[in-house]
Write a new protein. Structure first.
Lengths: 519, 676
């Protein structure tokens, strides 16, 4: 498999965006009406995102799970003076995250099908967003990484700000300002890292792999208290993105206001950029600090797990409920990352994929009801299963996968995280694993309670008596994640094998540094 | 071969679920019963032609399917283990399961969710068989949660009824609390032994001995010691308490009766709820290493048995009586396990599966014949209308009451004797538990007699039917007297088979004191660990040495025979008392406290559910989240905003001045790093 496939996959959506742009200009010039060509934008975007997905599947052909270094690499000098390279590829950590992205975007396009205004911009935003997200995961150059990291914000800002609900401007600005504050700190840390590396080795480069190797090999030694500042700068950017408690309050607002498609991408992929960053930067670059900070980070993570679940439980709005459940589930992932064992980190990586699929599907489910009733209040529903049996079945399976039923995806991730955390050497890890386990109980409470009030019982509102069945489009948007939940739950080894070496490599770096520091 | 035992019902579930709606009732009945039939035939073949011929201590057949999860030193396989314990479970699960499937084709006839019902029921069979056959704690957990899912789906089967949905949710959540204990238990077991498997496994090129054999080599932890074995055992037992409805997690089972009656028979009486006993027996090597845990198992079991029996005596819903009876009988089984009589516990699981399934199906037949009436106060005199149902339930009643020569008698008598004879409990406690168990046996006979008397004997106390039932009576049924009728053959034939099993099922466990061989105990002996006598633990000795001592107690036939005599007296006394009390005055007022189930649900609501919801809503969300955390964030933002307007002169709107500011910033940074 030629390594240019990564470049092609990354930029194919942008190409699609350009095509939509040109198409709209040309067709409007030719005197076609907007209504006439509106469906075409959707189809172009859908087909482009599908092709991107197929292209990304090509990664699997050329990927060797035994290696830990980046593969399918393209590495060319881009800005000579600064040592910026166009350096992209995938390793075991990023491989599945890229696939998660390309897997979810077609669903997000389908979920955005019903918009009637500013359709071509909507599709362009989604496709540019896709390039940005893939770019974040495939970049092995700090400069490039930061570029993609920031690119992601812009289309998401517009998706929420233009296509969102009543309070959309507030939510969009909050989302962007909050995230930018974090990423500016990260920018400072990146510059500092670049500078220190140049000073220590004499090579000007933003090469993440090289810098990490220099640190691991002891060629680049950073003063301990300075390490702390840099660690914090990176961590804060990522914690906000995750979001880790108590940096989470932008998320419920963003989700409630965002349109369904944007919510799918936001919860499905954007949040993972935070946990990905922790795994990619904080752990291997500052293993000692990470180890020392771990008990505190894990504390925040378990607070988030329990707190998110409890607050989710009492939400009257379905989307807010799912948003708070994300706070809880993302807490599991951070917990697993900062337990540093191979099992917990594998679990965390797997849980990133699971959360993307399950929560993405949950948002689709909520969106389907919203499209029919234009409300997300749980109180407004009841007895939906009698009108929409297929939908209810898929909603049920999705909820089960989210609450971690064995043989569905969520269980594997959560179990590995808790098992790995339980056997971690980080102080208090056992306590955190046990408290985290309470989150598993609570997830059943809030999800089943929601299902009970929405799907089951008598139909109490006459508006619900005539709810439409699932359309073909809706069915096709829900089926892939539901099927994936089953596949990932039954045969996790298909996925875990490819990532094991990369993940356990990071785990080994932290643990060896930590034990060295202990001596 | 083993995988087809489980896969047949799985395929059946998929066929029913996907094609059942189109292809109709006949197809669904055929597929659902056929798949369980295949499963049963294969079980019999595997059991009698593969497992039994093996030498007694080598009865282990494993089948590796694929490696489910393997990360570093952790490995959980999708692999099956057939040994005496799982084999015995398989026999009655598939046997009773098939009978209940056949019965259900009659009971559910005409229901619009027919296909859905059988898809769930078949899926349940797959999960239950996986639970029993799983060769490690995690695959067992797959089945464990899987049966929980099916239970959830089937309790909530009547989706339009609110109470069914509430009961389903409650069952799932209460089980989740138990499963929380279970999963932590698995983690402790893994970190202690790096194995969660019941058989030896190769991991990373190294053979890791099974969890059970490693546990067997541990020292016994005495009463009051909280070592790792105690922790593992107690955590697993929390899981068992959830699944098998023991105090304090029993509250879901009575509500679970909101599901269709065949479900109550199969899942909430014969099979799923005994999974906790299975787990305890399967991990007997772990439990016997902790006398604290064994003590807890025995005490919780005894307490639950007694507690539920007293509630059962005051219930008026025929299914609720049987539900509390099930909770009580499960307590009995745990009590047996807790005194080290694992095989007696398993024996009771089996006989209970026969007679309780029989009683539930009989109750279903009564409900069916009475047009959905479940209140025994509105029954009476039914024996002339439903001869088959009456005759078979009569057998079930006598069997559960412990009338000699029926199955329940043998297993219950064995348990009572083992409690008395146990030497692993502190002196005094063993005798106290025996008294509790004997009193429970008496109560069991009383409340079962009450149920039978109120249902089948005496005056007819039928209510006029009104249209609030299923709705399929239509308007005509209003103000129309009920005409009870016998159920169709497809329903009573399984009753007859179960009645026969309830009679003869006990003969595999006749104790040596009565000239039997107690085949079941010998058969199970290789897979069950022996409880350490109390004296051993004081010296911290490894348990095996004490085997001889417990053998000696075993051969004290005279005492054992006296105790059998006592069991017989208890059974007849209970029936006599019940008969006297309830033939004279069937609608005798029962104590309020018992009728209201000791207000446990109300207590849980007030003490746990309401406070958690209140705090979450009124403090965590509305104050901490919205006001404090988000308020702080917005406050900071406003602060910057105001500073920003003060510094508005910087914001010229020209790109070049922004560039200049960024440049200045960058220079400051660089200077800082250079001259630091």
């Amino acid at each position: 498999m030629s390594s240019s496939i990564v470049t092609i996959t990354t930029f194919f959506p942008t190409l699609g965006a350009i095509v939509i742009m040109l198409y709209s200009i040309i067709q409007l010039r030719r005197g076609k009406s907007r209504e006439e060509i509106r469906p075409h934008y959707r189809w172009i975007a859908f087909i482009v995102s599908m092709i991107t997905f197929v292209l990304s599947l090509g990664f699997l052909l050329g990927f060797d799970g035994n290696k830990t270094e980046p593969q399918l690499v393209t590495k060319v000098m881009w800005i000579q003076e600064l040592g910026v390279q166009y350096y992209i590829g995938v390793d075991g950590i990023s491989l599945w995250l890229v696939l998660l992205t390309t897997f979810l975007v077609p669903g997000a396009v389908m979920a955005s099908w019903t918009f009637a205004k500013r359709v071509h911009e909507l599709m362009i935003f989604i496709l540019i967003l896709e390039t940005g997200m893939i770019g974040v995961f495939v970049s092995f150059d700090l400069f490039l990484f930061y570029l993609f990291w920031e690119i992601v914000l812009i289309p998401m800002y517009f998706l929420i700000g233009i296509y969102g609900g009543e309070n959309r401007i507030y939510a969009a600005v909050k989302f962007v300002v909050y995230t930018v504050v974090g990423s500016l700190l990260m920018l400072v840390a990146i510059i500092a890292l670049y500078y220190l590396n140049t000073q220590a080795t004499g090579v000007t480069t933003f090469d993440m792999v090289e810098i990490t190797n220099n640190i691991t090999a002891g060629k680049l030694v950073i003063a301990s208290n300075f390490q702390w500042w840099m660690w914090l700068a990176f961590a804060l950017a990522f914690f906000i993105k995750v979001p880790l408690w108590p940096f989470h309050t932008w998320l419920p607002d963003a989700h409630t206001e965002a349109p369904t498609g944007a919510s799918v991408i936001l919860a499905g992929v954007l949040l993972k950029m935070g946990t990905y960053g922790l795994m990619r930067f904080n752990l291997p670059m500052f293993p000692e600090v990470s180890y020392q900070a771990a008990p505190w980070v894990m504390l925040l993570a378990v607070i988030g797990i329990v707190y998110g679940a409890l607050v989710a439980m009492v939400q009257p709005d379905m989307k807010k409920l799912v948003a708070y459940s994300s706070v809880s589930h993302m807490g599991f992932i951070v917990l697993g990352i900062f337990a540093f064992t191979d099992k917990s980190m594998q679990g965390a990586l797997y849980q990133m994929l699971n959360h993307g699929i399950s929560t993405g599907a949950l948002f689709l489910c909520v969106g389907i009801l919203y499209d029919r009733r234009h409300t997300r209040e749980i109180e407004e529903f009841g007895g939906v299963a009698q009108r929409m049996p297929r939908y209810s079945t898929m909603f049920l399976i999705t909820a089960m996968s989210s609450l971690g039923l064995p043989l569905l995806n969520g269980f594997v991730g959560e179990f590995l995280i808790l098992l790995g955390t339980f056997s971690s050497t980080v102080p208090y890890a056992k306590v955190y694993a046990v408290v985290g386990g309470i989150g598993v109980v609570l997830s059943a409470v809030y999800l089943l309670w929601m299902l009970q009030r929405v799907l089951f019982g008598q139909i109490t509102k006459h508006e619900n008596e005539e709810l439409d069945h699932l359309s073909i489009r809706e069915r096709f948007s829900l089926m892939p994640p539901v099927a994936m939940a089953v596949i990932m739950g039954v045969t996790p080894m298909l996925f875990l094998k490819a990532s094991y070496n990369s993940v356990s490599n990071v785990s080994a770096i932290v643990e060896s540094q930590a034990s060295r520091a202990a001596k | 071969m083993l995988k087809w035992i489980t896969f047949a019902p799985l395929i059946g579930a998929l066929l029913c679920g996907f094609l059942g709606k189109k292809l109709g009732e006949k197809f669904v009945s055929f597929v659902a019963c056929g798949s369980v039939g295949i499963s049963m035939v294969l079980t019999f073949i595997a059991f009698f032609t593969k497992l039994l011929p093996l030498p007694e201590n080598k009865r282990q057949i494993t089948e590796h399917f694929f490696t489910w999860i393997e990360v570093g030193t952790f490995r959980a396989d999708f692999a099956y283990l057939l040994d005496p314990l799982s084999g015995l479970y398989l026999l009655f699960i598939t046997g009773v399961g098939l009978l209940i499937h056949i019965y259900a084709t009659g009971y559910m006839h005409g229901d619009e969710g027919f296909y859905r019902f059988f898809a769930y029921l078949n899926l349940f069979m797959f999960m239950m068989l996986t639970l029993v056959l799983g060769d490690n704690l995690l695959l067992l957990f797959v089945g464990w949660e899987g049966v929980g899912l099916c239970s959830y789906l089937l309790i909530g089967y009547y989706i339009e009824r609110k109470e069914a949905g509430d009961a389903a949710k409650k069952a799932f959540i209460v089980n989740r609390i138990g499963d929380f204990g279970y999963s932590i238990g698995v983690m402790v077991a893994f970190t202690t032994f790096t194995s969660i498997s019941f058989v030896d496994k190769e991991i990373g090129g190294k053979v890791i001995p099974s969890l059970l054999s490693q546990a067997g080599g541990q020292a016994v932890e005495g009463v009051g010691m909280f070592g790792v074995m105690t922790v593992i055992a107690l955590l697993l037992f929390v899981g068992a308490c959830g699944k098998s409805a023991q105090v304090p997690l029993f509250v879901w089972l009575p509500d679970a009766m909101a599901g269709p009656t065949p479900v109550s028979a199969l899942i909430h009486a014969a099979t799923m709820v005994t999974a906790g006993v299975y787990l305890t027996a399967r991990c007997s090597a772990i439990f016997t290493k902790s006398q604290t845990a064994m003590l807890m198992v025995a005490v919780i079991g005894a307490f639950t048995a007694m507690f539920a029996a007293t509630i059962g005596i005051a219930q008026n819903d025929i299914k609720k009586v049987l539900a509390y009876s099930t909770v009580s009988q499960l307590g009995y089984m745990f009590l047996a396990c807790g005194v080290g009589a694992f095989s007696a516990g398993i024996f009771h699981v089996m006989t209970h599966a026969f007679f309780k399934a029989l009683l539930f199906l009989g109750a279903g037949s009564v409900i069916h014949g009475m047009h959905e009436e479940q209140d025994i106060r509105h029954m009476g005199g039914l024996k002339k209308y439903m001869p088959w149902t009456f005759g078979t339930m009569l057998v079930g009643w006598l069997a559960i009451s412990g009338v000699p020569l029926l199955s329940g008698f043998f297993s219950k008598d064995e348990i009572l004797w083992q409690i008395w004879a146990s030497n692993s409990l502190p002196p005094g406690l063993g005798k106290t538990l025996w008294v509790l168990a004997a009193a429970t046996a008496l109560l069991t006979a009383v409340y079962m007699t009450r149920l039978m008397v109120l249902t089948f004997w005496g005056k007819e106390r039928f209510k006029v039917a009104h249209g609030d039932g299923h709705g399929h009576h239509g308007d005509k049924a209003d103000h129309h007297a009920i005409h009870p009728h016998e159920s169709p053959a497809v329903m009573w034939v399984p009753l007859v088979v179960l009645a026969i099993l309830s009679v003869v099922g006990g003969y595999v466990g006749v104790s040596a004191a009565w000239g039997g061989h107690n085949q079941i105990e010998h058969f199970l002996a290789p897979v069950l660990a022996k409880a350490a006598p109390l004296t051993d633990a004081a010296h911290g000795a490894v348990g095996a040495a004490s085997a001889a001592a417990s053998e000696a107690v075993h051969h004290d036939f005279t005492t054992e025979r006296i105790f059998t005599g006592i069991s017989v007296v208890i059974a007849f006394l209970g029936i006599f008392l019940g008969w006297q009390m309830f033939t004279a005055k069937p609608l005798r007022k029962m104590p309020r406290l018992l009728e209201n189930k000791y207000y446990v649900d109300e207590f849980y609501d007030a003490a746990i559910v309401t406070p958690i919801q209140g705090v979450s809503k009124n403090f965590l969300w509305r104050i901490l989240d919205v006001k404090i955390i988000d308020g702080a964030i917005n406050g900071i933002a406003r602060l910057f905003g105001e500073t920003g307007s003060a510094m508005r002169f910087l914001q010229t709107g020209f790109a070049r001045s922004y560039a200049a500011i960024m440049l200045v910033g960058a220079i400051i940074l660089i200077l800082y790093f250079t001259f630091r």
